[in-house]
Design a protein. Sequence first.
Length: 226
Amino acid sequence: MAINNPLTSLFGRSPITPMQEHMKVATAAAECLNDFFAAAIKNDWAAAEKVQQKISKIEDEADELKRELRRHLPKSLFLPVPRADLLELLSMQDKVANKAKDIAGLMLGRKMVPPAAISELLAEFVGSAVDTSRHALKAINELDELLETGFSGRELDVVEKLIEELDALESHSDKLEIEIRAALFKVETELPPVEVMFQYRIIEWIGELADRAEKVGSRLQVLLAR
């Protein structure tokens, strides 16, 4: 995925613009997991590898944006947003891309085909985590409008509603994680013990992806409370 604007252009306008661009890239990495899991479930590792390489490339772009933002962010900003809070928000966003890369990398490296008993539920679980990331992006995309309105008025209500919806999505992912763990438990004696261990790890990491996306909203909520 190509970054839409040159970095110099991004930073020439506002530190908020590259923050939004970074979250857009991080979300793109998460979105690729839908295709990755579709390929893994079919045991199509040629297709899965192509998606994994795409995720890795996108995560590299997210890292570059993160480094440039940290490098160019002034020590003091004439904004109603503390610099430290922006950097913490950036860190939360970056963890979304990192976790997507970790999931695809581990599964590809071990050629982990999800057990048939959990494959359908697993695909739903991944989709839920991806939706949580997308919703976090929606919230971040409102940040410039929030600044213009001084964190007040109708725009504040819009963002607070988005954060509430983000919390609900993450809670839904938590419920799916419980269901899929229970489904795996029922068939784990039929699988090699080491394979079971790594299946549980992947389930945990998908849950962490949703949790990290939700924490983007939590950090945004901290900004609203300033």
